[in-house]
Structures are given as C-alpha cells and as structure tokens.
Design a protein around this ligand. Structure first.
Ligand SMILES: Nc1ncnc2c1ncn2[C@@H]1O[C@H](COP(=O)(O)OP(=O)(O)O)[C@@H](O)[C@H]1O
Ligand SMILES: [Mg+2]
Length: 269
C-alpha cells in the first residue's frame, strides 16, 4: 500500500514537472480594461475590468446570458470589442483568432471541437504544430514527441492514443481539448463549461488536472457547477447582465448577499 502511494506521488511530481517546464512567466497575466461588446445595439458586455494573475485558477460565473462566453469570444478575436485586453504585454483586441493563438491564448468551446475521425495523438500533433511555421505544420511527424507523451499522461489519454477521438467518452474528449491547448503551448487557457455533462469522477479528475495546469499558467473557467467551483476555484468573478457583480475568494462570493440573491439563491443552473 505504502509503495503504491509512493508510486502515485512520484508520478504526480513527474507530471507537475512536465507541466511546469513549459508554462508561462510571471508577467503572463491577463489585464482587461473597459471591455465592451455590443450586438446590434444590445450591450452584452459593459465596460468590464478584469485582472487574472499568472498561477490563478479563476472561475467566471453568472446566470445564463450574463456575457461569460462573449468575454471569451472577445478575448479570442471571435467578436469585435472595444477597450483593452492585454496578455503578456500584448494587446489581444483587434487581432485575428490565429494570431491570438500564437500569443499563447487558447480556448475551448461549450461543445467539444476535436477532429472526430483522427486519432487522439494526431489531434494533439495538429495542435502542437499550430504555432510552428507552415512548412512544419503540414509535415506529418512519424514519431510522437516526448512533449505529447507527457501531455497524454497528464490528461489521462495514454491508453487512448491511437483511438479515433470521436469514440472517446465525453469526459475524455474534454481532456483531449485541454491537452490540445497545452500542446499548442497556451499560457492563458479559457475554458467554457468544461465539466458540463461529466460524471462526478470525471469532474474530480478534471478539477485536479486544471489545478496542476494552472500553477504555471493563467486559467479562466466559465462554469455553472457550483460544487465544482467551491472545490477548485482560487478566485471567482461573478457576472450579471454584462457587468461584474462581485469578485473574491469562494468564501467571499458565497457570503456576498447580492450574489446569493441574484444567482446562488436561485439554485444551481
Ligand atoms: N452573436 C450574437 N448576436 C447577438 N446576441 C448575442 C450574440 N452572442 C451572444 N449574444 C447575447 O449576449 C448575451 C450574453 O450571451 P453569452 O455571452 O452567451 O452569455 P453566457 O455565456 O453568460 O450565458 C445574451 O443575451 C446573448 O443572447
Ligand atoms: Mg455561455
């Protein structure tokens, strides 16, 4: 029993070392100022300021329609926005989505977006090639890099390496997406409801994975699952009708009367 624990500990240390080696620098933090998004005159995000430090696992919560996904869309160049969103000293607003990826910003969507016909390892190889020069991107690597072997280990995908991504259970598809962000060397990870539809065991494993990942990166998780938030958040921002309602630790948010009234009091969504 003791040996098994020691083995588990050793494996965890190895995974943390593999994750830490890459990751970002202390100045890889996200600083959003006056972010504003309108759709045909409808204000979806209203002049928000949001700072998320390197090493933070920040949860972004709020009722449906609060503007959570729109903030991620704005930062990743999918919807036009005004204001400022700086990451690692670079302005993200006004750039093309592909250029934003090259600055180390990666996101997942509410529905998984892996290439279903391709194997797990091929999906990861494509992601790994994404930040390389075009010539290297199209060159099909015959051997799997040590980096990807480490990432499959970290994301619990080693035994699925050669399976088509389409046949993976839902939880593993999400882990593959997270693995793809790590493979493309994202230092800012924006995850839109990553544990929706997962079993309790998958949620637990995902939370632990994200905690390890966030030690040396900046991570924002949009989430509806309050229990998941309580367990894994370092800090929380509550959004309501396109504005920030509250920000703080899990405890502060749970004790904030306005948050309880508007959001938590209404039950988990
Ligand atoms: N492309 C769009 N065109 C028009 N309205 C949109 C668009 N995307 C989002 N919205 C609106 O903006 C608001 C915020 O949406 P969203 O960011 O998806 O909320 P959340 O992710 O917090 O549930 C909603 O009222 C939504 O209907
Ligand atoms: Mg959303």
């Amino acid at each position: 029993m003791k040996d098994e624990l020691a083995e588990e500990r050793r494996k965890l240390d190895e995974q943390i070392a593999a994750l830490g080696e890459k990751g970002g620098a202390w100045n890889d933090y996200l600083e959003i100022r006056g972010l504003h998004v309108e759709f045909d005159g409808f204000v979806a995000v209203k002049d928000i300021d949001l700072t998320v430090m390197h090493g933070d696992l920040r949860f972004l919560i709020g009722p449906n329609g609060a503007g959570k996904t729109t903030i991620i869309d704005a930062i990743t160049g999918l919807v036009p926005a005004t204001g400022s969103a700086m990451f690692g000293g670079e302005q993200l607003l006004g750039r093309k989505p592909n250029d934003i990826v090259k600055l180390g910003v990666g996101r997942t969507f509410q529905t998984a977006s892996v290439v279903e016909e391709l194997s797990v390892v091929r999906n990861l190889q494509i992601a790994e090639g994404f930040r390389k020069k075009t010539r290297e991107f199209f060159k099909r690597p015959d051997t799997v890099s040590q980096n990807l072997l480490d990432l499959m280990d970290i994301c619990n995908l080693t035994e699925d390496a050669d399976k088509p991504a389409g046949i993976l259970p839902h939880g593993k598809k999400q882990w593959l997406e997270i693995g793809m962000l790590l493979a493309q060397d994202a230092h800012l990870l924006l995850l839109d409801e990553p544990v929706a539809g997962m079993t309790p065991a998958e949620r637990q494993a995902t939370g632990e994975l994200l905690r390890r990942v966030s030690r040396n990166r900046t991570v924002i998780i949009v989430e509806h699952d309050m229990e998941f938030m309580r367990q894994f958040a370092d800090s929380v921002t509550v959004l309501n009708q396109g504005q920030i309602l509250a920000e703080g630790s899990v405890e502060e948010i749970q004790n904030n009367e306005e948050v309880v009234r508007i959001y938590l009091g209404g039950g988990d969504q």
